[in-house]
Design a protein. Structure first.
Lengths: 151, 151
C-alpha cells in the first residue's frame, strides 16, 4: 500500500511549476533534474498531467511545460489521481458490484473509513500552498545531507 | 496505492477465526473457501500470520489454524503489517535517510499526515470487534448477489 513513483514525481513537478511566475515554462530535461526522475519515465508522468489538464505542453524552441492557471489550486489528491486513477484502497471499493460480500462484510467499512481519511488529507493539501512554503525552508541543507551520507 | 490481495485475505481469515470459540481450529481448505482465496496463495498469507504470532498452526489429523488467544484484540493494522510490512505511504517515509530532500521537501509533511490518518483508522479497528458484528448483518443476501450478477 504505497504511492506509485509516478505519482510522487508528478507532485514534485506540480509543486515546482506552482512556485514559478504565471506563464513560466520549464522544459522536460529541467523538470527531470528537479524531480530527480529519469527523463523517459517523466515523459509518461507529464503525459498524464497534460491529459488531466493540470499542465499545458508547448512545443518548439520556446516550448516546455506550464502550469494550467486554473489548476494552480489543484490538490495533491487531484495530482495523484491524474496519475494513478481514483484512489480505491481495496478492490471492494472500486464499484458497487466489485465484491459479492459488500452488504455484510465487516471489513469493508474499515477500508472505506481508511480511504476517506487518506482522501481527506490529500484533498486538503493544495499544490500552491506547498509551493509557497518559505524558500529557505525548501533549500536542501547540503551539510546535513553530507552528514547523513557519512552516517 | 492499494491494499495487497494478500493483506485483504489475511484480514478475512482473522475475522473468521476471531468469530469462533477460543481454541477452535480451521483447516487450510476451509479457510481458503471462506476467504475466497486460492489455497496456494493462502498458504503464504497463513505463513505470514503464523510468523507474526497472530495465528497458531497445528499439524496432523486434528490440525488447522487457530487464533492466538493473546492476539484476539489485534487491530486491522497489525494484520495488514504482518503481511505487507510496516505501512509507509511513500518511499521518503521508509527511513530517516530515505530521501535527501526530507528536511525541506514540502510534500513530505502531506505524505506523513496521510499515512498517519490511514494508520489511525486501521489501528483503531480491532479484528474481534469486526467479528462480533451481528451474525445477521454478516450473512450474504443471496437474492441480492444474484441480482448483482444479473445486472
Amino acid at each position: 500500500m504505497q504511492l506509485t513513483r509516478a505519482a510522487d514525481y508528478a507532485v514534485r513537478v506540480m509543486i515546482h511549476l506552482a512556485g514559478l511566475p504565471p506563464g513560466a515554462r520549464v522544459n522536460r530535461s529541467e523538470l527531470s533534474a528537479i524531480a530527480e526522475c529519469p527523463t523517459q519515465f517523466l515523459c509518461k508522468v507529464l503525459q498524464n498531467l497534460t491529459r488531466a489538464g493540470l499542465v499545458i505542453s508547448h512545443r518548439g524552441n520556446t516550448g516546455g511545460f506550464e502550469l494550467e492557471e486554473m489548476h494552480r489550486t489543484a490538490s495533491v489528491l487531484e495530482v495523484v489521481e491524474a496519475v494513478e486513477g481514483p484512489i480505491r484502497l481495496n478492490v471492494c471499493l472500486t464499484s458497487e458490484h466489485a465484491c459479492a460480500g459488500q452488504s455484510w462484510c465487516p471489513a469493508r467499512g474499515v477500508w472505506a473509513a481508511a480511504q476517506g481519511a487518506l482522501v481527506e488529507v490529500l484533498g486538503g493539501a493544495t499544490i500552491s500552498c506547498l509551493a509557497q512554503q518559505p524558500a529557505t525552508a525548501r533549500q536542501p541543507v547540503i551539510v546535513g545531507i553530507d552528514e547523513a551520507r557519512r552516517s
